[in-house]
Design a protein around this ligand. Structure first.
Ligand SMILES: C[S@@+](CC[C@H](N)C(=O)[O-])C[C@H]1O[C@@H](n2cnc3c(N)ncnc32)[C@H](O)[C@@H]1O
Length: 182
């Protein structure tokens, strides 16, 4: 059963949290098609609450998934939550301000064989900095970077929050090249 109080906290947080930029449906439809999402059996959406298009579209496609979010009924913090059993794909738009720690933990989950592959939607600046470069370099053999030709206008944002973005994808069988413009 939904926890009304938790949902109220979430709705309030959405109004003021700069990290809550919600992904539009077209971005979700595109990536699901590009990676052939239906070929994955146990998907994890770790930053996704009831209103996320990742989750809503997954319901339409009848995908098998677990969606968790810091404001869900269990307060599922990504840094403490375990992926679903036999998770073969983590996919989400994470809070950009915490991207370094999120990328780090995501690769740790790969190392621990708790997830097989992932797709993270991140700002283009994710490709900068020595810290992130070092993490990406280490796994470069199985990485694909999908660069958006146009900036994304995220939902839930005031004014014109249009951001240049890319998908950082790891070990996705359907992606044959290391770099794509989408
Ligand atoms: C960029 S938004 C994206 C929301 C949704 N994934 C989408 O694409 O529409 C990131 C979300 O992650 C939530 N969040 C922040 N820190 C988190 C954490 N440690 N664990 C789980 N969720 C977190 C934020 O509240 C925010 O709603």
């Amino acid at each position: 059963m939904e926890n009304i109080q938790t949902n109220i906290f979430y709705e309030i947080d959405k109004q003021k949290n700069k990290d809550h930029v919600a992904t539009p449906r077209w971005v979700v439809e595109d990536i699901y098609k590009l990676i052939e999402i239906e070929s994955f059996n146990n998907i994890w959406f770790p930053f996704n609450n009831y209103d996320s298009h990742f989750k809503l579209y997954a319901d339409e496609l009848k995908l098998r998934y677990k969606a968790t979010h810091i404001f869900d009924d269990l307060g599922n913090d990504f840094f403490k939550t375990e992926p679903p059993k036999d998770c073969d794909l983590l996919i989400s738009n994470p809070p950009f301000s915490e991207q370094n720690e999120i990328i780090k933990r995501t690769f740790e989950l790969v190392e621990q064989a708790k997830i097989k592959s992932f797709c993270l939607l991140l700002p283009l600046a994710t490709l900068e900095t020595p810290t992130r470069a070092e993490m990406y370099e280490k796994y470069v053999d199985k990485l694909s970077i999908l660069i958006f030709k146009k900036r994304i206008k995220f939902l839930n944002t005031k004014g014109s929050f249009n951001k240049g973005c890319c998908w950082i994808c790891y070990n996705i069988p359907n992606l044959k090249r290391q770099i794509y413009w989408i």
